[in-house]
Structure formats: C-alpha cells, structure tokens
Write a protein that binds this ligand. Sequence first.
Ligand code: UDP
Length: 477
Amino acid sequence: SMAQRQENVILFPFMAQGHLIPYLALALEIEKKLGYTVTFVNTPLNIQKLRPSLPPNTSIRLIELPFSSSDHNLPPNSENTDVLPYPLIIRLLESSLSLKPSFISLIHNLTHPPLCIIADMFFGWTVDIARDFGIFHSVFLSGGAYGMAIYYSIWLNQPQLKTDSDEFSLPDFPQIFRIHRSQLANNAAEATGTDSWSVFYKTELALTLKSDGFLINTVEDLDLIGLDYFRRKTGKPVWAIGPVNYSLTYKARSNKVAGINPDLCIEWLDNHQEDSVLYISFGSQNTISSSQLMELAIGLEKSGKNFIWVIRPPIGFDINGEIRSEWLPKGFEERMREKNRGLLVRKWAPQLEILSHKSTSVFLSHCGWNSILESLSFGVPIIGWPIAADQFNNVKLLEEEIRVCVEVARGNRSEIKHEDVMRVIDLVMNNRKGKGEEMKKKACEVREMIKDAIKEDDEASFKGSSVKAMEEFFDKA
Ligand code: UDP
C-alpha cells in the first residue's frame, strides 16, 4: 500500500456506536488507501473501548478529550448512548459542547496544522473552530443521503408543527413527496419547537450546513435525491464515498459477546435450502413491544418459512436480559427447533455471514443504514420495520425509490397482527413471479451497483464512483 504521508486528518464522531464504528471504518480507509495519518478523537471511555477494534498494523492515533459524565447530570461513566436510557441521550448530546475548549487546544498544540477536520453532524460547533484555524472542514454522515436529508429538513423546518393533518410535505422536497406523522421518530413526533431536542438539532444541524463539504456513506447512483438536497442546501461539494462499513471492509467478526457460536449459525444455514431463510434483526439497540413480539412469533410460525431471529427482550425490559417463555407462544422455541424451522439467536448474530449465505433469502430489518448497505451488498431484499431515527426515511427510500423493500410495520408503539406478518412474508417469499421476484432482481442490480462504486482501478475510467469521490475530497482538502 501507499507510503505513509505526513499530513494529519482529524476524525471526530459523536459518542454513539452508530457513529463511532463508521468513523473508525473511514479512518482505516483513509489510512490504508490514501496513506494519511489519522487522529481519532473522542471521550476516554469510547477511545478505550475502541482500541481492541483496531487492526494490528495501523498507526491511527486515538486521542482522549477529558470528559466526565457526572459533570453533566449523567450517571457516572456514561459516555456512549449505548449505556443510556432514551430520555438521557439528549443530555449526552448537549454535554458534547463541553468538549469545545479541549478540542481547540488539541488543534492548537499540533506541531503541524491538520489537513482537515472531519466531524459529526451533531458537532456543528466544530465548523467555526476549523475556520478560525484556517483548516478545511467536512461533515461525515454515517447514514444515507436520503434519510439524512429528510432528517435535516424535519428538524430544521418542523413541518409537523405547522399543520394538523396526518400527512404533510417537506419544504425542501417536491410537493408529491409526503411524510406521514407515523414516520416521525418519537422525539420529532413530540417536538414543540422549544424542547431540548429541537433546540440542539436546530442549532447544530444548521451550523453543519456551513461546512466546506459533506462526505456521505452512500453510493451516488443509489441516493441522488438525498445527495441533491445537500448539494442545494450547502452549495458545497458533496461526496458519496460508501459503503464505508467496518464489517464489510474488514470481514471482521465483532468483539461483542456472540449469542451463538457463529459457526453453528452458518452450519444451520448450510442445512437449509438455498434462498429459503428469512433473517430477522432490529439492529444493535432497538427492540419491539411485547405484543408485537408475540404477533411476530405467531406470524413466523404460521408462515411456514425458515428463519433466524436475533431476539431481544421487548421494550420495558433490559435489552440484554434473558428471553422469557411467556413473551412467545407456548413451546415456540422447542417446536421451531424440533422441526428445524427456526433458530432464535440471543444478543448478537454474525450478520454479515448470514446475509452472505446462499440460504438467506430476505432480511426483515429495522432499516438501520448499516444493515441496509450490508443486505444490498449481498443482493438480499428487505422487509422493513423501522423503529427510530432515520429508519423511517430509509424504508421510504427502499420502498418507493429503490424498490427492494416492503414495509410490514412502523415503530414500536403500533398494533400489529400476525396476519400482517404472514401477508408480507407471503408477498415477498412465495410470490416469486410477482413482487418478490421483482425485489430480488432489483436487489441483485443494486449489489452490482455497489460493487462498481467501490471498484479500485488505476485506469481512471474504471474507477468506482465512491473511490473517485474520496480522491476528489482529498484533492480539495
Ligand atoms: N449487527 C450484528 N449482529 C447483530 C446486530 C447487529 O452484526 O446481532 C451489526 C450489523 O451488521 C450492522 C450494525 O450491527 O453493521 C447495526 O447497524 P445499523 O446501522 O443497521 O443499526 P443500529 O444498530 O445502528 O440501529
């Protein structure tokens, strides 16, 4: 690979796994493919937790900024959203502003000014710091452009407060483009305009639009509507450089506690027919309600399909706790095991290995952006069940624009019936001459599109769009 360059690139993500991991993947890519020195900045506990995820021969510098959660009315040692209940996450966001003085001294004390600062969408305050030092600033969005564009537009305009109707359009999008209230994340649905979430987002997101450019974890041809939004809103370059994905790039098994020996999971798939298994997961931090859990289980059983289900306790219970038998139909797990029909995985599954297995047919997903990119990278179509954040927008992109998805349910407060689950599974997995076939075909096209985007080739004409975008970014920075 390339000789190490002297220039230093600063990376500074928000303290949530969904931000830290893609930033780490970006750091590794910048180092490996472009040869820059990377300085990765975060709070002490996050840096310590990240250290074991670094491959052995990297020279990425991990830098801790002083931070104590108890100074911010947070429980001790709470430096990551993954240890906080939902209502406290806004406090962690607000407390990140206290990192400002130490971030300034970090930049100030560097012997050579860094080439650029790449910072989180929630750290709009870093734009002015970069400008004061005369350093190029860029935001890296770990979500997709479409999902992030709607997210920005909703928080910056709050159209849901300006109408009583259930459906409304967004100021920055065509009139025909409608959002339903049920597609709002809980904090947006409950926003008053002056609540803490609104105040924080309105300030920080608006500041990021003054950055010198946006790097987005997406593929140009897959995400034109969202990319166009950021190009219009900023008047600055926007580079689609994805998929930037730690597991896809490094094929590494996570150091999370596995809920099953990954080899057993693969063996189970080996013992099932090609294209016959439904994989179900709601990501790393979301779960559904107990009545939804029950209806999903009944629907799965009645569908007659094979499945691997990464199961978590329902909302209201410790998400990492045991699964109680009363949450499922009587004898469900044993029956599914005896009939070799379904495998329940606790805690953590080897998702990439499952998605890349030929027996896996469809992914029932909460539509977190990483899961989407992983699924599409292997040509697996999606049944969408968004729960939070940008997931409601992601499912809209997948269903209405890319056409690789059918939504089965929305959120973890809604009523859902097992008939709904059965109907969608039937539509996607049995209807192989209709919708299911169409989705599968489209997903395979997207898989090729992603492959093309990341193609490395010395001949400029064969270089993928994401590879080119990354090089253009560094030409500009
Ligand atoms: N993941 C996994 N095993 C699990 C659950 C999640 O490997 O049991 C990985 C998954 O492959 C993806 C990430 O965790 O890379 C989840 O990211 P995503 O953006 O989909 O959702 P989030 O967890 O941020 O809501």
